[in-house]
Structure formats: structure tokens, C-alpha cells
Write a protein that binds this ligand. Structure first.
Ligand code: NAI
Length: 249
């Protein structure tokens, strides 16, 4: 168990799925956690929520400052908010590609930019104790069918993670990402609801994982909590796969 006592953490997209499981786990392990989300309510105790659209810079800056004030600083940033799109390059129009870029890639850029002054202050007090963890996806490297725009956006998240790790290592800020396989969250629930045969679709998703089952949100949260913790003090610029064996490259 990684002890996170006293850490101040911000989790984007923390009102559902992987983000909610992560915010809860960080709090269980002793961190003070704030959630930034389009729809931050209702949240279980002791999480506090701030409304933010990561595609909107003014809303991000206001929410990050409000969270920093609530928590008394920011040591850890979990950039988890993300959206999906199904389709090939012929299926998704330019607006859909731009929307994925705005949320999945520029969302991380905006929130990180707003949080970095706080992370720098945290790193000055606890060298190596400040951390960013991005939620990437196995789609970044696996070559999944029907996920062209989504995969490209997550490929950018992987590259961005490596570049940010290099930029901020000397400041004592670690930057890593997790690359989950298919995770049983409301996101997958929505995909199944739209399928002609949801049971058959779930069986196909299970079969795609070498472990024969979907990853749980708690399993991804545990990996994120590790990367955010002092136990990972020597870990930066890495992608931790939590994908049931479905490795990409
Ligand atoms: P989810 O749909 O359950 O939760 C996503 C959360 O992000 C929601 O609370 C939503 O309100 C929030 N959000 C979406 N757009 C936002 C915006 N513009 N500003 C602020 N908040 C926003 O999804 P899930 O499955 O928990 O996904 C979380 C992350 O994990 C995403 O980045 C996704 O790409 C990634 N991921 C998910 C996998 C899966 O199979 N569920 C697999 C690999 C990665």
C-alpha cells in the first residue's frame, strides 16, 4: 500500500469511472483530493468538486485556483478527463477530430499549465514529491480498429507525457502515464448500450483482453496512485500498462 498522507491531489474527470475510483483511492490512502469535472456533483465524502471544462482555458484556470485554495496547494495532478469517438478516418469529420484534440490533448496542456506553479512550489518543499499522471490508453500503440481519432489523440498523450517528463525533471516534478486496456466504467456501459447485441459486444470486449476480462477502474486507480506516490520517486517519463496483457508495441 502506498501511503499518500498529506498529499494534495487534483483529479480531472474525477466524477466517474477511472477518475472517481482514483480520487476515492487517493483519499483512502490519506491524500486530500479535489475533482475537476464537467459535472462534479454528487461526489462521495470527503471529495470536493469543482466544475471545469478542460476544453475551456478560463474555466480550467478558475477551477485549478479554486482547488488549490481548497486544498492549500497541489502536489499531484491526475489528468484523466477524456472522451471517445468510434470510427475510421472516413467516418469522423474534422470537427470530431478537433473535439478529441481539444479535450484529450489540449485538456492536459491547459490543466498542467495552470497547475505547474503549484506543483513547482510543492517540489521545492518535497523534492521529487510533485507528480503528474496522465490517463493515456493502450489505443496509443495497439492499432485498434474503428478508433482512428481516439487512438491519434492518445498517441499524442503518450508523446506529451515523455516530453513533459523531460521538461520538468530538473524541477523535481515527475510526469508519467497509465495505458489501460478496456476498463469497465460508465464509458464502456454507454458503448454497450448502443450496440445491437450488448451481451455479444461485452463478450467480444472480454475476449480482446488476454486475461479474458475487462480491467476494473480500481486496478487502474491503483497504478495511478503508485505513480503519484513517493514510492515512485525515481519513476518519470514512463507508461505503465494496465491492460490485461493486451500490449501495443
Ligand atoms: P467516464 O466517461 O466514466 O468518465 C470520464 C469523466 O470525464 C466524466 O466524469 C466526464 O464528465 C469527464 N469529462 C469528459 N469531458 C470533460 C471535459 N471536457 N472537462 C472536464 N471533465 C470532462 O470514462 P472513463 O472510462 O473513466 O475514462 C477516463 C479516462 O480513461 C479517459 O481519458 C479515457 O480516454 C481513458 N481510458 C478509458 C478506457 C476505458 O475502457 N474505459 C480505456 C483506456 C483509457
Amino acid at each position: 500500500m502506498t501511503d499518500l498522507k498529506g498529499l494534495k491531489a487534483v483529479v480531472t474527470g474525477g466524477a466517474s469511472g477511472i477518475g472517481l475510483a482514483t480520487a476515492r483511492l487517493l483519499a483512502e490512502r490519506g491524500a486530500d483530493a479535489a475533482v475537476l469535472d464537467l459535472r462534479p456533483e454528487p461526489l462521495p465524502e470527503p471529495l470536493c468538486g469543482h466544475r471545469a471544462d478542460v476544453a475551456d482555458d478560463a474555466s480550467v484556470r478558475a477551477a485549478v485556483e479554486a482547488a488549490a485554495e481548497d486544498l492549500g496547494g497541489i502536489d499531484v495532478l491526475i489528468n484523466n478527463a477524456g472522451i471517445g469517438a468510434v470510427g475510421t478516418v472516413e467516418d469522423n469529420d474534422d470537427d470530431e477530430w478537433r473535439r478529441l484534440w481539444e479535450v484529450n490533448v489540449l485538456g492536459i496542456v491547459r490543466v498542467s499549465r495552470a497547475a505547474l506553479p503549484h506543483l513547482r512550489r510543492a517540489a521545492a518543499v518535497h523534492p521529487g514529491g510533485a507528480a503528474i499522471v496522465n490517463t493515456c490508453s493502450i489505443a496509443a500503440t495497439a492499432g485498434l480498429p474503428q478508433r482512428a481519432a481516439y487512438s491519434a489523440s492518445k498517441g499524442a498523450v503518450l508523446s506529451l507525457t515523455l516530453a513533459m517528463a523531460a521538461d520538468h525533471v530538473a524541477e523535481g516534478i515527475r510526469v508519467n502515464c497509465v495505458t489501460p486496456g478496456t476498463v469497465d466504467t460508465p464509458w464502456v456501459g454507454r458503448l454497450l448500450d448502443r450496440a445491437a447485441d450488448p451481451e455479444a459486444e461485452r463478450a467480444a470486449l472480454n475476449a480482446r483482453q488476454p486475461t479474458g476480462r475487462l480491467v476494473t477502474a480500481g486496478e487502474v486507480a491503483a497504478a495511478i496512485a503508485y505513480l503519484a506516490s513517493p514510492a515512485a520517486g525515481a519513476v518519470t517519463g514512463t507508461a505503465l500498462a494496465v491492460d490485461g496483457g493486451m500490449h501495443g508495441l
